[in-house]
Design a protein around this ligand. Sequence first.
Ligand code: DOR
Ligand code: ZN
Length: 427
Amino acid sequence: MDLAIEGKAYINGSFEKCCIGIDQGIISSIKKISKGDEHLDFGNKLILPAGIDVHVHFRDPGMIHKEDFSTGSLAAAFGGISCVFDMPNTIPQTTNLQVLSDKIITLGKKSYVDFGIYSCITNSNIKNTREIGKKCSGFKIYIGSSTNSLQLGTSNLREAFKEVDSAEKPVLIHAEDNQCLNRHKIKERNLVDHLHSRPSECEEKAIMDILESSRNINSKIHICHLSSCEGLELLKNRAENVSCGVTPHHLLLSVEKNLKPQSRYKVNPPLRTSFDREILFEGMRNGFIDMLESDHAPHTLEESDVDFGNAPSGLPGVETMFPLFLYMAKKRMLSFQRLISIICERPAELVGMPKGKIEVGRDADIIVVDLKKDCKIKSECLHSKCGWSPFEGWPAIFPTHVFVRGEKLIEEHEMLGNQGFGRFVGK
Ligand code: DOR
Ligand code: ZN
């Protein structure tokens, strides 16, 4: 055995003192006692599966002044995330095999953690879905317009789903109806205006269309970043292959909070009311919402600290997601079972990865957590190029150690890993 990790591990829904054996990056045994070439005893610290973030925008290629795959994946690693899935609104956009292949090569040289890449289904490339599906990790569909995104008209949704079904890859959807957004356009001066220009009825309309068009489709369909109580209500009767996610910012922030400067917190879908926020938090806690996704969408401070109407939309969050919720689990605001389900297990299921659980046969993607070591989030300690966090000063618990496929990437909050270690996960 190459490595044995000992501690209080989260196995099958509860914590037990045990020893995790690892061979060639895979968990090979879970026993009371075992010996590896290298034996690491973490005493009473928690040993958890690393997280998977199914929704990041690492801006590479094309906007690497905001982020690139090395800084984005570095941030992910420090936040206990061993695998990220990158959205297609880069420049060029990931809409064909050539761009996808180039991205697999260039990002593979930069990434600290494992990564997947989505391809975007647009009105003009629907017919190539099956072919691109042989290589990409999944698909993204934007029904409504957002930052630098190509859309798919609602009338093409059914056809796109049929193509995805034959490609057998998950499809993630930004659910805001474009016609609805166009009807509500107003001059925006602050977050309340932004909320009014993207009301929850646009999310509702998009979700209704998705549920209607996906009847008898078997592929996994994931509704990204749910933001409204109306949206959640509609999803309560969803089919088994339909899942939904929520971001930390929609769970923790709302327009009533004193967020300054307002332009930095512009995001699509928008931050809504504390009522929506509370309903979403409850939905995350009771299992109606399947998973967390950061929607890490960095913009520089120069870009964001401008007149509200001209500011880009998007918030960073890949590094702070797991640490914020680890702290909340410690404070019993959610159970460890829910925490691991929403950040590790359900994301792994969606993207079909043998990760997200401490189980024989799965990748040894593991984090070590000392619950006594909470801290306050400080932007200057984070690793994204964007240089700020919407959660500045919030309490959090960062993992002390991070292993990806049995390789010690982070030891006592220090990076030991290398760019290019991360592997593309797709086919
Ligand atoms: O606010 C957003 N920012 N929403 C999106 O859908 C895209 C993202 C970005 O890429 O900046
Ligand atoms: Zn996004």
